[in-house]
Design a protein around this ligand. Sequence first.
Ligand SMILES: Cc1cc2nc3c(=O)[nH]c(=O)nc-3n(C[C@H](O)[C@H](O)[C@H](O)COP(=O)(O)OP(=O)(O)OC[C@H]3O[C@@H](n4cnc5c(N)ncnc54)[C@H](O)[C@@H]3O)c2cc1C
Length: 305
Amino acid sequence: MEAISKRFFLYLSNNKSLDRMAKRWGSKFGADRIIGGEAFSHAIPLITQLNQEGFQVTVDHLGEYVNSVDVAREHVQECLQSISAIAGHQLDSEISVKLTSLGLDISQDLVLEHMELILSKAKESGITVTIDMEDSSRCHAILEIYKILRQKYENIGTVIQSYLYRSDKDLDDLDQFAPYLRLVKGAYKESGKVAFPEKHLVDENLKHLIKKHLLNGHYTAVASHDEAMIDYTIDLVKEHNIPNDRFEFQMLYGMRNQLQSDLLKKGYKVRIYLPYGEDWYGYFMRRLAERPANVSFALKGLFSK
Ligand SMILES: Cc1cc2nc3c(=O)[nH]c(=O)nc-3n(C[C@H](O)[C@H](O)[C@H](O)COP(=O)(O)OP(=O)(O)OC[C@H]3O[C@@H](n4cnc5c(N)ncnc54)[C@H](O)[C@@H]3O)c2cc1C
């Protein structure tokens, strides 16, 4: 049943008509419970509050699979403005970007041009930019772009997904860049040809990648709501005397608030991934696919009138 609902919501996440409808109905679905508002200005009070509570943040301007140069340029402008606002308001926040929102499906040159603008602006204010990982058909292209940019910029990170068979090799390949990596299980609908079909193998591989990256001595962001992954990381860092400034936990805004606070109280660094923008449909559907209970308010909202 769980597998069927996961496939169903991941299928819906690619539905263009529902995407258009969702933009019109927005908060009717309760999207505001897991999204920081439709504009960066709405997210500022939230980031301020999270910072005051002791959390760090990474903001993501929602949007993906852009196939128009003009729209990609709008995304770049939005990223540049959010960087200015983070610096201006002295917020403790990084930014996360999806390369398909910046023109990945149009051309590599275009994305590189856009990322250079974003990274150089972010560098002026000491802000790190993490390239989110998208579906497996784009993984190679995204990692190639990361490698090109990493040679010029320190303030860049990316993501490795444990559900992909290729990820162990990718981690080895990236080792030479001493990369800042966010390690996740993976959120897209993938075939058994490229990804572990069984959840326990995805979990085991995430533990393997966490251990390898931490013991390689590189900064590691463990991005998971799964206590088994968090406990595993805590045991590992204790066993190997890895200091708290070599790793952090990351969770999505609105998910597992108590666990987020507990980790903070124990002295761990916790970063909240805060998406904002009008293009929330794909993000929202992937969260439903992971755990319908996470966003059950959305389903209630749908039938409440
Ligand atoms: C900060 C962040 C950034 C991410 N970036 C990317 C990215 O760039 N690319 C990408 O593909 N994916 C990304 N993801 C999504 C990720 O790949 C997973 O799809 C998502 O995190 C679900 O996996 P999980 O490890 O959290 O735990 P799951 O495997 O979904 O859950 C494991 C167990 O944890 C418990 N649990 C989980 N959620 C809850 C909850 N809300 N309440 C109570 N118990 C719960 C349950 O017991 C569940 O069985 C990101 C995730 C995070 C947190």
